[in-house]
Design a protein around this ligand. Structure first.
Ligand SMILES: [Zn+2]
Length: 516
């Protein structure tokens, strides 16, 4: 009997009294991440099944609901916190065909919030923007767009990215192409100024003049990659065409082949809909009112499935949270995972969170944000916090060398602009850090493009980042000291104003987007 009691007490001691060492926790985090990774199923559910997550779309709401359910499966409390309203919109079928002088199905898609053509679609001839010397000449030309699709982008001289020219072209030929393209771009920019409009607001003028639709091609300087942003029209559809299909139509228009196309671009305007942040919480045991935040925006543009912007940041934070809940279920400080809405339209979800939760911001120990693609983390900056070197350095010391050897740190660094959601917190003088990734051709190929899909995810790098995030969160939570917020003296001048640099000011979110 006595012996049994002893064993029992012993087990109790092992389960509750015996605290694991940092080495043991770090080891267990790695083991869980490497041997029981959930990254692939998470990526599949989020990117393949839910799809793009444009603010105001039903898919965005599906993603929020899915995350709450996923966290519940892991025993983590989560909820969707409403922070505003947005114009609700749902993408339908896009089908674009050249119908004359020959039939070709074209590669393109309607832009975000594009008005619908209905099932029947619209068939019409095309016109390209003219070269004008001033806005008067443009106004005189405008009536010609009536009943036509208008081509509003510059026709690119080549669909081959520069690295491809560099590899195969003769030096003279590459130089010649670049010079001609530079001249063409300069002329195009000057001509746009002459019209009195910008590429952002010209669509509305064309719409008002009776155009039946807008064709653009916003090349992203990589094979087959185009940026897919918003339509900028109220009644007529706006579509993006692949570089080559746009070029085909453009050459036909310029050479008098008088092409005719048919566009079916169905969509649904759903009026005002609520917008959310998904907030998950692992309550702290010793210091429940101090917070470590894992941060990644949840929304995306909808040219593809937002796999690297910011699906990979999202699943990194979810996987880190899952691992922490399993290995470190009773953190010293409270761990919050913030999946922000509408980062893409101006950090709106995170700015709203900062505005709505001053008590959390005041007691925030640290925040780790990831939002620049699938690559392993290669840069961490002190973000302008004078003592970040001490505490971020201390936390990094616990991370295995095969992860830290890729990371270059800058201390104290600078607060930086508005690149991603960490900036919303830095502006509130709360220590927030960006886990900045290796590019993997992010800017040309996946960032806001039609190619940001599952196949671009590099799971080994994402797993590396989930381990890093989990260890940093654990270390920040366990740190005996509360982090310092003392700001470094900012050196240099603001390149925009020429004034000495100052700490960025908190900005209010847009809480009523796309609604008149
Ligand atoms: Zn992003």
């Amino acid at each position: 009997m006595k012996k049994e009691l002893l064993t029992c007490l012993c087990l109790l001691f092992l389960a509750f009294g015996f605290s694991q060492t940092t080495e043991e926790i770090v080891e267990a985090i790695q083991k869980e991440a490497n041997e029981n990774s959930q990254l692939e199923p998470l990526a599949h559910q989020l990117m393949d099944v839910i799809g793009p997550r444009l603010v105001g779309t039903p898919q965005m709401k599906n993603a929020h609901d899915w995350a709450v359910k996923k966290y519940a499966e892991w025993g983590i409390i989560a909820e969707n916190q409403e922070w505003g309203k947005w114009k609700g919109w749902q993408r339908g079928i896009t089908h674009i065909d050249l119908v004359s002088p020959r039939v070709v199905s074209l590669s393109g898609m309607q832009l975000a919030w594009s008005p619908s053509t209905g099932k029947k679609g619209v068939t019409a001839h095309l016109i390209a923007l003219p070269m004008v010397s001033d806005s008067l000449e443009f106004v005189k030309w405008l009536p010609k767009v009536k009943g036509k699709f208008v081509m509003v982008s510059m026709n690119q001289p080549t669909g081959r990215p520069d690295y491809n020219w560099e590899e195969f072209a003769t030096e003279e030929s590459f130089e010649k192409m670049k010079n001609e393209r530079d001249a063409q771009q300069k002329e195009w920019g000057e001509n746009m100024k002459n019209t009195g409009y910008t590429s952002r607001n010209i669509n509305k003028a064309l719409e008002a003049a009776g155009a039946v639709g807008i064709l653009q091609s916003r090349w992203s300087n990589g094979f087959g990659a185009n940026k897919i942003f918003s339509a900028g029209t109220d009644k007529i559809p706006a579509v993006d065409l692949s570089l080559e299909d746009y070029g085909l139509l453009y050459r036909m228009v310029k050479n008098g082949a008088n092409p005719q196309i048919k566009i079916v671009a169905e969509s649904e305007d759903m009026g005002a809909v609520p917008t959310f942040n998904t907030i998950a919480t692992i309550p702290g045991k010793e210091l429940p009112d101090e917070y470590v935040i894992l941060s990644a925006h949840f929304d995306s543009w909808d040219g593809a499935t937002g796999a690297t912007d910011n699906g990979t940041g999202t699943i990194t934070m979810m996987e880190a949270a899952r691992i922490l809940k399993k290995i470190y279920p009773n953190p010293k400080r409270t761990i919050i995972i913030g999946h922000w809405g509408s980062e893409e339209q101006g950090l709106n979800g995170s700015r709203a969170f900062v505005e709505d939760h001053p008590e959390i911001i005041k007691n925030m120990q640290a925040l780790f944000n990831q939002d620049n693609g699938t690559g392993r983390v290669v840069r961490i900056s002190g973000q302008g916090f004078l003592h970040a070197y001490d505490y971020v350095g201390r936390w990094l010391d616990a991370v295995p060398e095969d992860i830290t050897k890729h990371i270059e740190t800058t201390f104290p660094g600078a607060p930086g602009g508005g690149g991603s959601d960490y900036a919303s917190f830095v502006a509130a003088e709360a220590p927030a850090f960006s886990l900045s990734s290796l590019s993997w051709s992010y800017w040309n190929y996946t960032w806001h493009t039609n190619l940001d899909t599952y196949d671009k995810i590099v799971f080994d790098d994402v797993r590396n980042n989930a381990i890093l995030t989990a260890i940093m969160a654990y270390m920040a939570s366990e740190d005996p000291e509360k982090t310092s917020r003392e700001k470094a003296t900012l050196i240099g001048k603001n390149p925009r104003t020429g004034e000495p640099r100052t700490w960025p000011k908190p900005r209010s979110p847009e809480r009523n987007g796309g609604l008149n």
